[in-house]
Structure formats: C-alpha cells, structure tokens
Design a protein around this ligand. Structure first.
Ligand code: ASP
Length: 331
C-alpha cells in the first residue's frame, strides 16, 4: 500500500484571503500603522483636487451602525465611504428597531442580508464588534466599544501629530483627565508607545485606572507636570460613563480648578489636542481650545482621510492589509 503524504501548507494552492477587521490597535503592527498613515497622506493630497471623489471602492457597500451618539466619527466614516465611491448606509440605534428591543445579533443578521463589505460599528458594550464579526461576513471596523477601544481615533491622532510636528518617535505626549472611562486614552497609549512616543497620564487618582503603569506610561496627579510635554492631549469628562453616586471628583468646578487646561498652565508652542466633544470651561479653557496651537479642527480633518485609508486598506486584499483577526467570543 502506498504511503500517504500530508502536503505542507505552503504547497497547497492559496485559499481565498481571510476576512480582516480593525477592532483594536493591538490588531496592528508598526508597519501596518505606517502604511495606513502613508495611505491617508495620499488621500489627503487627492482631496486637494477640485473633484474629490475617487472611484476606488465603487460597487462596495459600507454600513455604519451607531448605538451611541457621535458627530465626528459617524460623519467622517460616511463621507470617507462616499469619497471612495462606495454605497453607504447609516443606521442609528435611536429610531431603528433597536428602539423596539431588537438584539445586536438580530440587527447584524438583518444587515448581513444585504451583503455589506464593511460594517462600521459603535456600541456601548465592550466586545460588540467581535460579536458582529461572528454573525456576518463583512469586515468589521470598531468605531468605539464602551471604554475599551477606538482605533481609528488613535490613528487620526497619530496622523495629526506626524503632520504637525513632523514625527512621533521621541515626542512626549501628556494625556490629561478622565483616563478611567476613555477608550481614546487606551487606544492612544498603545498607538503612541508603539510609534516611539513617551506617554504620561495626568489627572485625579480616582480617574487613573489602577495598574495602567504596566502599559509603559508615567503617571502624575500634578497638572504642572504637563509643562515638559510636546503634545497636551485633553480628555473629555465622560459623565455618561460615570457610575451614579460615585464621586470621582468633588465637583466639575473643582476639577476645572485643579486639572483644567488653561493658557497659564501651557508653555508657548505646546500643541493641544482633544478628541471632541469638548466641555469648554471644564477640562479645557475656551482660550486654549481656540488658540493657534490647538489642533482640534485638524484632528477632525485627519479623521476623514484616515478613515478613507482604513476602508481602502481592509477592502484591497494585497500587501496593503490590516492584520487579520479571528473573531473571538464577546466579553
Ligand atoms: N468622541 C470620543 C469617543 O467617542 C471621545 C469622547 O466621547 O469623549 O470616545
């Protein structure tokens, strides 16, 4: 009887490319980030032309499902898809069947029936994007899940820093405020440290998660420590995520007095960023928000080209590919 040889995987004909998702910054390596920022730069140049629409994703369908409120993220994903000529559809939980008690699984199964290529999802629960990846064939992009991750925000922040300061490696970035409830902080700490920046966290002890030092960041409760930073990244006080009755800070007035970012606490030339929406007069003084060194509107502009780059990267199977992630169980 002849021997049976098991063929080594490398000798088998290539199968169809696996589905890729962008759920967390940890799905990306440094080369992925560099490639995405490079693609975003090309798109940014293409938007300087009079006709801004590119035919790149013609015939593709991109669905945005937002279970939490959003202005910047939802509008930029929608415009990004349109600028790339994809068909796009946006669903907000309010006014949809979610209002009638439809579960996330059933909503995803319903949308899956239209065979979308990408589902962009924002959800208050950690792990919702992984759940979506289990129930449909689309690529999933996490547009924010609870206080867990917001990878495209971190990418647009990297893009902004790179464009405005010429580099990321070696810079010092101070992240100030409500780190405890912030998916932006978590994604940015991972993204900035991966790209060689030094990150420090500044805020009241009650809003700095215990054990976060293990992510390679310095921690301070003294607002004066922001003086040495190249970039001062201000977080919103996320009152909607604060447990009822828990007194994280004595009052917003007290918070503003001790940790609010004011012109007096900055030195000339320091760049100020904020993911929006801002609570003017709480975490950020209006004079800082409107100053020339604030990059807040530039961040919004960067959001469009970075999200175009992410959609393009996921949908063009080739060397340009966000590293694949197998769907996991929902947390
Ligand atoms: N817009 C950002 C987010 O969705 C930041 C914030 O809401 O404070 O996480």
């Amino acid at each position: 009887m002849g021997e049976i040889h098991v063929m080594r995987e490398g000798l088998l004909p290539p199968g169809p490319p696996k589905r890729r998702h962008l759920i967390s910054i940890t799905d990306l390596g440094k080369e992925d980030v560099e490639r995405l920022l490079g693609t975003a730069r090309s798109f940014s140049r293409s938007l300087e032309r009079e006709v801004k629409k590119l035919p790149t994703l013609r015939g593709r369908t991109i669905v945005n499902v937002f279970y939490e409120s959003s202005t910047r993220t939802s509008s930029s994903f929608e415009l990004a898809a349109k600028r790339l000529s994809a068909d796009t559809m946006s669903i907000k939980a309010a006014g949809s069947s979610v209002d009638k008690g439809e579960s996330l699984k059933d909503t995803i199964l319903t949308l899956a029936a239209y065979d979308p290529d990408v589902i962009v999802m924002r959800h208050p629960q950690i792990g919702a994007p992984q759940l979506a990846a289990r129930y449909c064939e689309a690529h999933i992009v996490n547009a924010g899940d609870g206080k867990h991750q917001h990878p495209t925000q971190a990418l647009l922040d990297l893009f902004t820093i790179q464009e405005e300061l010429g580099k990321i490696d070696g810079l010092q970035v101070a992240i100030i405020g409500d780190v405890l409830h912030s998916r932006v902080a978590r994604s940015n700490i991972q993204a900035l440290t991966m790209m060689g920046a030094r990150v420090s966290l500044v805020g009241p002890p009650s809003l700095i998660p215990r054990g976060i030092g293990a992510m390679g960041v310095e921690i301070s409760t003294d607002i004066r420590s922001i003086a040495s930073a190249d970039v001062v990244y201000v977080l919103r006080m996320q009152r909607e995520r604060m447990l009822e009755g828990a007194n994280y800070v004595p009052s917003l007035r007290e918070y503003a007095a001790r940790w609010g970012v004011t012109p007096e606490r900055l030195r000339p030339g320091q760049k100020v960023m904020h993911p929006g929406p801002m609570n003017r007069g709480v975490e950020i003084d209006p004079r800082v928000a409107d100053a020339a060194d604030a990059l807040i509107e530039i961040q919004v502009r960067a959001g469009l080209v970075v999200r175009m780059a992410v959609l393009y990267d996921l949908l063009t199977h080739g060397p340009v590919a966000v590293r694949e992630l197998e769907p996991e169980g929902v947390a």
